[in-house]
Structures are given as structure tokens and as C-alpha cells.
Write a protein that binds this ligand. Structure first.
Ligand SMILES: *[C@@H]1O[C@H](CO)[C@@H](O)[C@H](O)[C@H]1NC(C)=O
Ligand SMILES: *[C@@H]1O[C@H](CO)[C@@H](O)[C@H](O)[C@H]1NC(C)=O
Ligand SMILES: *[C@@H]1O[C@H](CO)[C@@H](O)[C@H](O)[C@H]1NC(C)=O
Ligand SMILES: *[C@@H]1O[C@H](CO)[C@@H](O)[C@H](O)[C@H]1NC(C)=O
Ligand SMILES: *[C@@H]1O[C@H](CO)[C@@H](O)[C@H](O)[C@H]1NC(C)=O
Ligand SMILES: *[C@@H]1O[C@H](CO)[C@@H](O)[C@H](O)[C@H]1NC(C)=O
Ligand SMILES: *[C@@H]1O[C@H](CO)[C@@H](O)[C@H](O)[C@H]1NC(C)=O
Ligand SMILES: *[C@@H]1O[C@H](CO)[C@@H](O)[C@H](O)[C@H]1NC(C)=O
Ligand SMILES: *[C@@H]1O[C@H](CO)[C@@H](O)[C@H](O)[C@H]1NC(C)=O
Ligand SMILES: *[C@@H]1O[C@H](CO)[C@@H](O)[C@H](O)[C@H]1NC(C)=O
Ligand SMILES: *[C@@H]1O[C@H](CO)[C@@H](O)[C@H](O)[C@H]1NC(C)=O
Ligand SMILES: *[C@@H]1O[C@H](CO)[C@@H](O)[C@H](O)[C@H]1NC(C)=O
Length: 583
């Protein structure tokens, strides 16, 4: 019989020291802990592709719905989803349009979405009804896209949104996407050089006030105190704007987040969440899988940068990554769509959680490189579940159901003799102050394609295993449940499983299916208060200490001892030896 085992290990009692290459003892003070909000891992869906993702009432997108439900099931909450992005500042509302959305592509502006003459009609709002129980923000157009009717359209959209989405499905409102880009888009700039902090906030206050008046008039159930509030400022991480395509522009306008806030964006007292957008770099590079995404040091630089900006703003509202993903400009092929990006997704999101970030909206759009799934078939990308989704599931599984019971996440720094360690990564999850789960990530690149091309090498032998040793205060004989996130290598884009589960479209339309050709049910026995676990290069593992068993209490036949399989595999390298112990 399996039973719930309580670990006599309290938060603050975990001490980490490192052996071999690792020799720096780490005290509990080194652990950053944060408490993610319920529904922490969620989505931001590109405005123009929301009808693809959600469908409409007569033809709902069940595949998307299934994938969302998987995450909701793990996290215990149907999430709040943001509908917005670059295209939210490009549309006008047309009450007689008989399709959800229409627009023209202008390849000079983007090949990823329509940018010109974009209109939405009333049926756009049907999409919000296809995923009952989820809540949304509908991105309102602030930029205007140089459209003469932008202001009238804003007021009409507000009326349509409040009446057609309804109070129950609206979480918050958002006005404008990344306004700090408005004056910086060359010939497509929608504001001039006078669009500084003061001007932006003035416009924002004017527009949001007008929208609230419309909502008050047409949707009395959202009037006054019942108004759901705003997410703001939706600015993009300034660091991204120092990248090549912006830096080349000597007239670049950089809005200072602290000054934006100080200008009185909170004057209406209706900003309920402080949302920033973050990408760790952008697709124009130089970016590589090993150097950028599979690089814990690089991830921390980018995350700490946005955390520092937030700290400087000095607001008491929680920080939300309201649009977030690997590299900006919809991701880079061979990076953002790979299994390596799934490992980055875990690292980035758990680090964010450990630093107190309240929620993370992973951005997606039809045909995007960093998309977790492609909702419809197009001539560019096949409909299906993509590699990053598996990392998102692992994040949701690791944090677990925190809808009613708080979960704290700690980042466990595994520095090598004081130097940054870009490859071995560890996090701990505490439920009611008890250590419940440990996430280990081996971020070393393992290029499957490259190895396969090398006919002299056996694939398995070429992919090193690294052993992590954890000294842990559990009785000898305790079996810790192991859940692995695996693929053939960091460059894999298919064949990914989490704990033996597939969420692939072609398997069962995104519903979880336990594959019978993947090893599952692995557990590792504690001996001498020590747990050894081995990870292939480019692999992540969750050690579940909440649902442990004991070898003496097991009635069911012992699951095939898969741990043994790993132990007998040749160890190409033995590195990353980590010692955790309780004092
Ligand atoms: C999450 O946990 C709460 C509280 O224990 C429980 O009521 C709820 O059913 C759980 N949700 C899921 C989806 O398991
Ligand atoms: C609105 O959509 C209808 C139906 O497609 C079209 O006839 C009309 O011209 C559109 N209005 C504007 C202002 O573009
Ligand atoms: C609903 O979606 C289907 C499939 O995409 C489409 O054919 C139909 O026109 C849509 N209905 C509306 C009202 O947009
Ligand atoms: C795209 O740019 C080219 C070259 O600058 C120009 O000739 C063309 O008209 C532009 N297309 C659109 C749709 O603006
Ligand atoms: C708000 O913006 C609208 C549209 O640009 C403009 O007509 C109006 O005068 C503005 N109000 C204030 C107080 O700035
Ligand atoms: C933003 O402005 C504040 C003063 O209001 C200044 O202290 C801070 O350094 C500026 N931040 C950045 C990132 O430039
Ligand atoms: C926003 O204003 C409200 C009401 O004055 C206040 O309670 C809240 O702390 C303010 N938030 C920030 C981040 O300043
Ligand atoms: C990882 O990122 C850091 C910080 O950007 C950088 O100094 C280092 O060279 C990167 N490592 C690799 C292997 O590219
Ligand atoms: C993986 O190896 C293949 C074959 O050598 C190469 O084409 C590809 O660029 C490599 N991928 C990465 C991310 O380095
Ligand atoms: C091919 O594999 C062999 C055996 O692992 C290794 O010695 C050799 O360096 C590899 N060649 C390339 C091009 O990676
Ligand atoms: C395992 O099963 C899945 C689903 O049937 C299949 O797509 C996959 O190719 C199989 N993997 C292996 C290694 O046979
Ligand atoms: C258990 O650990 C202790 C302390 O590290 C060591 O001295 C002893 O040899 C270990 N016993 C076994 C059976 O590994």
C-alpha cells in the first residue's frame, strides 16, 4: 500500500553542501523562496490568433481545451488567460462583420500575423465562451494602428466586450500592449518622440476612464466597485530594447518604469496587477540553444533584470509576467520549439516563482516558434502539441494544486566553488512548510540529431548520465516516486513524455495518455539516508516526497525496478554530485 509520508524536514532546515567539483556549503539563507499564485502557469494568446486557439460556439477548439484542462487539473484552478499582444493594438471593431476576425498580412511588418486593416466582429467574443470556467482579459487597442476611428472603436469594443464576454468570464482589463514600443517601430511607429512617461500615462488614464464609463453604462454588473480593474503597465523589459534592432535606432525612446508609475498610473486605484512582459533575448540573436536557453546563468541574468526593475518601481502589487516566453519575435526555430526550450520553461518559471513572481502567462500564437501548441493546421505548421508544452506541464505538476493550500518554491543554487553553474539546476517545493518535491534539471545540451549522424557512436553511450546525490532525512527503505521529463535530446521536437504521459494531438486530441512503450512507475529507494538519482544530459526529474512508499509496506507487486536500468547504464561522466542534508 502506498501511503502519505510526512517528511520531518522544515523549511529552513535544508542545508546543502557540495562534494567533488562542488565544495561550497550553502546555508538556508541562500534559498530564495516565493509563493506562486493559484493558476501560476497560464497563457497569453496572441490577439489575432485567439479565434484559432478557442474556436467558436458551433466549432469550439477541443484540442486547445484539453491541453488547458491538463494544466488546470494539475494546478487545481482553471486559469486566467490574457488575450493580447502586438495585434491587440491593430484592430478596430466592426459590429457588422460576419467573421470573428479579418486582416491583411503585410510582410514588411510581420509574416506571423495580419497587421493591416484588421477588424473583429461580434463573433470574436464567442471564443471566450468555448472554455467555461476560465477567465480572461480582452486586449483593448491603445496604439490605434493609425486608424482614424480608433477612439470610437475603443468605446464600441468596450461595450461589446462587457456585454458579450460577461462579468463572470472577465478577470481584468488591459489597455495597450508594450506601449514602450509605440514610438520605436520605424515607419510603423504609432506615436512620436513626445510619447514619454507623462504622455503615455495621460493617454492611459484618459482611455481607461472612458472605457470604465462605457462599461458602467452598458454592464451595470461591472459598474463602480464591481469593475474588475486593470492590468498595467504591460511594458516590455527594457533590456530587450537594447538588442540590435532597437539599438541601431539613435532616436529610440526608453520609458522608465519607475517614472511611469510615479506619473500616476495608479491614480484611478483600479490597477489590480502589475504586469510586465519579458523575453530573455530576441530571435535576431545572437542566440543559441546551449548558450541562451540551456543556460541557467543566462536565464537568471534576464529574470533578475526584470525583478530589479520591479523592485525599483516599489509597488505593493504582485509582479506578473503578463506576456512571457523564450526569445522575442515569436521565438527562433531550432531553439524555441525544442525540448531544450521545455527545460528552459521549467527553469525560468520555477525561478520566477521562487523570486515571488505571482503568475506567468506563457505567450503563444498560431505558427509561433515558441508556441506550446499549434491550434489549427496551417501551411506553415502542423496542428499539434509542441515541445514547450511538456515543460509547462512539468511546472504545473511540480507546483501542484495550490488553489487552497499554499506551496512555496525555493531555488537551490548549485554553484561550483562560487562560480555560476549554468547546467545543474535544482528547486524544492514546500507544502505547508514541508519539503514535498524536488525538481532537478540537467541542462547540458544533448544533440540527438548530431549523435544520430555519427554512425560510429552508440546513441546511449554518447549521452552522458550525471548522478545527483541527495542526503535526505527519510527512513531507509523509503521509495521516492520519480517522474521524468524526457526526449531523445535537447533538439527533439517530438517524442516527448512527462512521467510516461503523452499529450499529443495525434494520440488523443491532447488528453493525457499513458504510453505503454515508456518506462513509468519508477521509484528510488533511500539507503543510508541517501538518494542517488541519475539524469541524462537534457532531462528533468521530479522527486515526489509526498507520495512515497516503503518497500516493506507495499502490497502491489514491485514495479519494474527501472532505477536499476539507469544504474547499469555506462556512466560516461559522473558529475553534478549534490548533497542535501537536514540539520
Ligand atoms: C485542488 O485542491 C483542492 C483543495 O484540496 C480540492 O478541493 C480540489 O478538488 C483540487 N483540485 C483538483 C483539480 O484536483
Ligand atoms: C464591416 O463589415 C462589413 C461586412 O463584412 C463590411 O461590409 C463593412 O464594409 C465593414 N465596415 C467597415 C467600416 O469596414
Ligand atoms: C465558427 O468556426 C467555424 C470553423 O472555423 C467557421 O466555419 C464559422 O464560420 C465560425 N462561425 C462564426 C460565426 O464565426
Ligand atoms: C513593403 O516594402 C517594399 C519596399 O520598401 C515596398 O515597395 C512595399 O510597398 C511595401 N509593402 C507594403 C504592403 O507596405
Ligand atoms: C481623451 O482622448 C480622446 C481621444 O483622443 C480625446 O478626444 C479627449 O479629448 C481626451 N480627453 C482628455 C481629457 O484628454
Ligand atoms: C528610472 O528613473 C529613476 C528616477 O525616477 C531612476 O532612479 C532610475 O535609475 C531610472 N531607472 C532606469 C532603469 O533607468
Ligand atoms: C493603488 O492605489 C490604491 C488605492 O489608493 C492603493 O491601495 C494601492 O496600494 C496602490 N497600489 C500601488 C501599487 O501603488
Ligand atoms: C551562459 O550565459 C552567461 C551569461 O550570459 C555567459 O557568460 C556564458 O558564456 C553562457 N554560457 C555558454 C555556454 O554560452
Ligand atoms: C544538432 O546537430 C545537427 C547535426 O549536426 C546540427 O545541424 C544542429 O544545428 C544541431 N543543433 C543545435 C541546436 O546545435
Ligand atoms: C563520434 O562518436 C565517437 C564515439 O563516441 C566520438 O569519439 C567521435 O568524436 C564522434 N564524432 C563526432 C564528429 O562527434
Ligand atoms: C510510443 O508510442 C507512441 C504512441 O503510440 C508512438 O508515437 C511512439 O513512436 C512510440 N515510441 C517508441 C519509441 O516506440
Ligand atoms: C552510510 O553513511 C556513512 C556516513 O557517510 C558511511 O560511513 C557508511 O559507510 C555508509 N554505509 C553504507 C552501507 O553505505
Amino acid at each position: 500500500m502506498w501511503f502519505l509520508f510526512t517528511i520531518p524536514l522544515l523549511l529552513g532546515d535544508l542545508v546543502i553542501a557540495q562534494e567533488a567539483a562542488f565544495n561550497v556549503p550553502i546555508t538556508p539563507d541562500d534559498l530564495d523562496t516565493g509563493r506562486p499564485g493559484a493558476g501560476f502557469l497560464t497563457y497569453s494568446i496572441e490577439f489575432a490568433t485567439f479565434p484559432d486557439y478557442a474556436g467558436n460556439l458551433s466549432s469550439p477548439n477541443e484540442f486547445s481545451h484539453n491541453l488547458m484542462n491538463n494544466v488546470a487539473e494539475l494546478s487545481g484552478k482553471k486559469m486566467y488567460i490574457r488575450v493580447g499582444g502586438n495585434t491587440q493594438d491593430m484592430y478596430t471593431y466592426n459590429s457588422s462583420l460576419d467573421v470573428a476576425l479579418r486582416g491583411d498580412y503585410n510582410l514588411n511588418r510581420s509574416r506571423d500575423y495580419p497587421t493591416d486593416n484588421m477588424q473583429i466582429g461580434p463573433s470574436f467574443f464567442e471564443a471566450y465562451k468555448t472554455w467555461p470556467g476560465y477567465t480572461f482579459s480582452h486586449g483593448l487597442n491603445m496604439g490605434g494602428n493609425k486608424h482614424p476611428n480608433a477612439w470610437i472603436s475603443l468605446l464600441e469594443t468596450a461595450e461589446a466586450a462587457c456585454t458579450l464576454i460577461g462579468a463572470n468570464a472577465i478577470e481584468v482589463w488591459e489597455y495597450g500592449n508594450e506601449p514602450n514600443g509605440f514610438p520605436n517601430s520605424g515607419q510603423y511607429s504609432v506615436r512620436g518622440p513626445d510619447f514619454r512617461e507623462e504622455r503615455y500615462v495621460q493617454e492611459w488614464l484618459n482611455g481607461t476612464q472612458a472605457v470604465q464609463e462605457v462599461v458602467e453604462r452598458h454592464c451595470p454588473d461591472m459598474a463602480g466597485d464591481a469593475f474588475h480593474g486593470w492590468t498595467a503597465p504591460s511594458l516590455i523589459n527594457i533590456q530587450i530594447m537594447t538588442r540590435p534592432q532597437y539599438a541601431d535606432n539613435p532616436n529610440r525612446i526608453v520609458l522608465n518604469f519607475t517614472e511611469v508609475w510615479a506619473q500616476g498610473q495608479n491614480k484611478t486605484a483600479n490597477v489590480v496587477q502589475y504586469g510586465l512582459h519579458n523575453y530573455i533575448d530576441n530571435a535576431l540573436g545572437p542566440v543559441t540553444l546551449a548558450g541562451t536557453l540551456l543556460n541557467h546563468t543566462r536565464m537568471r541574468l534576464a529574470a533578475d533584470y526584470v525583478l530589479d526593475l520591479y523592485k525599483e518601481v516599489n509597488t505593493d502589487l504582485p509582479l506578473i509576467l503578463s506576456e512571457h516566453n523564450s526569445v522575442a519575435l515569436q521565438g527562433a526555430p531550432g531553439l524555441s520549439n525544442t525540448f531544450g526550450a521545455a527545460l528552459w520553461t521549467i527553469d525560468m518559471n520555477l525561478y520566477a516563482a521562487s523570486r515571488g513572481i505571482y503568475r506567468s502567462h506563457m505567450h503563444t500564437g498560431t505558427n509561433y516558434r515558441y508556441q506550446p501548441w499549434q491550434p489549427v493546421e496551417t501551411d506553415r505548421v502542423a496542428k499539434g502539441t509542441k515541445a514547450p508544452y511538456y515543460g509547462q506541464v512539468a511546472v504545473a505538476a511540480f507546483i501542484g494544486n495550490n488553489s487552497e493550500t499554499a506551496v512555496d518554491v525555493a531555488h537551490i543554487p548549485l554553484a561550483w566553488n562560487g562560480n555560476d553553474n549554468p547546467w545543474e539546476v535544482a528547486y524544492a517545493a514546500y507544502v505547508e512548510d514541508r519539503l514535498a518535491r524536488i525538481m532537478l534539471i540537467n541542462m547540458r545540451e544533448s544533440n540527438y540529431t548530431h549523435q544520430r549522424l555519427n554512425e560510429t557512436a552508440s546513441y546511449d553511450a554518447d549521452r552522458p548520465l550525471r548522478e545527483f546525490r541527495l542526503d535526505i532525512d527519510l527512513d531507509d527503505g523509503t521509495e521516492v516516486v520519480v517522474k521524468r521529463l524526457r526526449a531523445n535530446g535537447s533538439d527533439a521536437i517530438t517524442g516527448i513524455t512527462f512521467d510516461g504521459w503523452s499529450y499529443n494531438y495525434e494520440v488523443d486530441n491532447g488528453k493525457p495518455v499513458r504510453l505503454d512503450n515508456v518506462t513509468t512507475g519508477e521509484s528510488i529507494m533511500i539507503t543510508n539516508r541517501t538518494l542517488f538519482v541519475q539524469l541524462l544530459d537534457s532531462e528533468a526529474v521530479i522527486l515526489d516526497l509526498q507520495h512515497v512508499g516503503s518497500s516493506s509496506d507495499r502490497e502491489d507487486p514491485p514495479v519494474e525496478a527501472t532505477a536499476a536500468r539507469f544504474l547499469t547504464q555506462p556512466l560516461a561522466l559522473m558529475l553534478g554530485i549534490v548533497v542535501l542534508w537536514a540539520v
